[in-house]
Design a protein around this ligand. Sequence first.
Ligand SMILES: Nc1ncnc2c1ncn2[C@@H]1O[C@H](COP(=O)(O)OP(=O)(O)OP(=O)(O)O)[C@@H](O)[C@H]1O
Ligand SMILES: [Mg+2]
Length: 521
Amino acid sequence: MAEITASTIDAVLQRQLDAIKTTVESREVGTVIQVGDGIARIDGLKGAMAGELLEFIGGEGKTVFGLAQNLEEDEVGAVLLGDVTSIKENDQVRTTGRIVEVPSGMGFLGRVVNPLGEPIDGKGPITADGYRPVEFRAPGVIERQGVNEPVQTGILAIDAMIPIGRGQRELIIGDRQTGKTAIAVDTIINSKGKDLICIYVAIGQKASTVATVVETLERYGAMDYTIVVSATASDSAPLQYIAPMAGVAIGEYFMYNGVDGKPASESNPGRHVLCIYDDLSKQAVAYRQMSLTLRRPPGREAYPGDVFYLHSRLLERAVKLSAKNGSGSLTALPVIETQAGDVSAYIPTNVISITDGQIFLQSDLFFQGQRPAVNVGISVSRVGSSAQIKAMKQVAGSLRLDLAAYRELQAFAQFGSDLDKATQDQLNRGARMTELLKQGRYVPMPVEEQVVSIFSGNEGFLDDLPVESITRFREELLQNLRSTKPELLKAIIEEKKISDESAEALKAGIASFKNQFSVEG
Ligand SMILES: Nc1ncnc2c1ncn2[C@@H]1O[C@H](COP(=O)(O)OP(=O)(O)OP(=O)(O)O)[C@@H](O)[C@H]1O
Ligand SMILES: [Mg+2]
């Protein structure tokens, strides 16, 4: 029999100890010391991280989640994301080591969800393909590439002069009731069949307004590729605050994964996503409310100092990924509501400086009947033109100039009566071009038809028509070309430019249509 020595005992003990597999889970437990206004103050969570998901154990064991926001010396301030009423003082709170995640996946298309990814359209549960964190570090420059494909809005004034590229951030800004949402909705409708997943995030709107948007999208068959994330005005401030981040997180799932659900790569392309945040002014207000109840010091216009950081974090996540990362894209169309056209207020200036351009909508244009009420003089898109097709660049270059000249002259012309012929001609052209840009809702125009419309104006075909008949002329001309010369429209889209032959054929086609066009209607 083997001798039992100290070393054999030691070896046996060692083996047994090795066999025990333990992982240490460090979870801190604290207690709620104060709760109200959707905010909780917690004692005893020394190790909580900023933005960490906290688990509140309410009465009857009900769990409510919260977000750690203020890390102070002797307490933690948190916002509650669920049923606020079930949490009382002295309830337990635990750290989770995680940040909030939202589910995403193909099952979400066509659905309306809250900012936690839970369905609110009464169409039953949704199976998630994956989860994404609501806060995510935006990719750096190396992981990106330049914008090179267009997001066609179908709106002539925008696609021609303020073009948007996939991966761009373009602000839609204007007073209330100037058609901001209309542009967003038209863009979604126009994205049908264009391999673009749309996410409409409604923040702080009336539930009825959101319902109307969803109903419209359904009517035009656009919900098939759209997800609506909604935090209405009656939802708590923390939910409204988190809604845009939840929307972008849901979108990122599609961009960072291929159709097979595996991470996107060179051989497994990521998808293209369009995120609309309607609107970020209301998110800023919700964030202000949250921060003030958390007793953060207010800064400019009582917004917390880091509201700029909040919006830049969000919009920086709009990206066109490099080929190595699957070439997916996420385009952001944030909406900002101004007060009495004041773009110099704090939040508008912030978001203008973060985005790659803005579509500025103006009340007086809207009321004069210029719809969409885009002020082309001060609207810009700093990167989108590299995604425009050449045909559009050919015609739209002079359009911008014509309109700029028109605006300048218009101011003068009010005073003088006898204008020389050149001035008169420019005024004439400008008025007709401005009229040409009018477009109703839900009638998106394909890019080749936009090109032809502007072409007809540039070539002077509109100059002798009465202004009132311009939009009708445009509609009837396009209808005529669609049925009699479809090959012409096709050539523009296939060659992506207006070749000399196309130009000649177009001129002939427009001239022959114009002969039969009756001005009286
Ligand atoms: N191109 C258009 N042609 C005709 N009517 C339009 C056009 N665009 C918008 N409208 C109408 O203008 C009204 C306001 O539009 P919309 O709701 O999009 O504006 P908004 O700026 O989003 O308003 P709010 O500030 O209330 O969100 C709506 O009744 C809409 O139908
Ligand atoms: Mg709106």
